[in-house]
Design a protein around this ligand. Structure first.
Ligand code: SF4
Ligand code: SF4
Length: 130
């Protein structure tokens, strides 16, 4: 399959992660899985991104929601600790921000060109109405 831009897909199109069926995904080493050429494991979708998630560890409770819901496996977590975002694969969909439960959120979306340190320095305060 030739590489396609995000705006060349039908609405609701689904990209398959694997070629063929895998019976024991948990028991199959990553290197032995038959990832499809359109999966984000083999092809980066990072150049689709117009906005990016910025992570502020000061508010993170390591709930792992962002890790579970990210459709591109772009949340980096080690020993159940949220570490950051794999910007080589993140496509900027914002799902991680939607599911983050903290107040204020520990992940927020900013324009691709934003300076991470400046955005963290001006992070919104706690919303007392929530
Ligand atoms: S914006 Fe968040 S949920 Fe979407 S791909 Fe990037 S890290 Fe994953
Ligand atoms: S969803 Fe938010 S609070 Fe939970 S691990 Fe991710 S960044 Fe941290």
């Amino acid at each position: 399959m030739a590489n396609r831009g995000w705006d060349e897909f039908e609405i609701g199109a689904m990209l398959r992660s694997f070629d063929g069926k895998i019976d024991d995904i948990a028991g199959t080493a990553q290197i032995d899985r038959a990832y499809s050429s359109s999966s984000s494991y083999t092809a980066s979708v990072a150049d689709w991104r117009l906005v990016k998630p910025v992570f502020n560890k000061d508010y993170c409770i390591d709930c792992q929601f962002c890790w579970i819901y990210c459709p591109d496996v772009s949340i980096i977590s080690r020993d159940k600790k949220m570490i950051g975002v794999d910007m080589d694969h993140c496509k900027g969909c914002g799902i991680c921000v939607e599911v983050c439960p903290t107040n204020p959120k520990s992940l927020l979306m900013f324009p691709e060109q934003a300076e991470e340190e400046a955005e963290i320095a001006s992070w919104p305060a706690k919303d007392e109405e929530k």
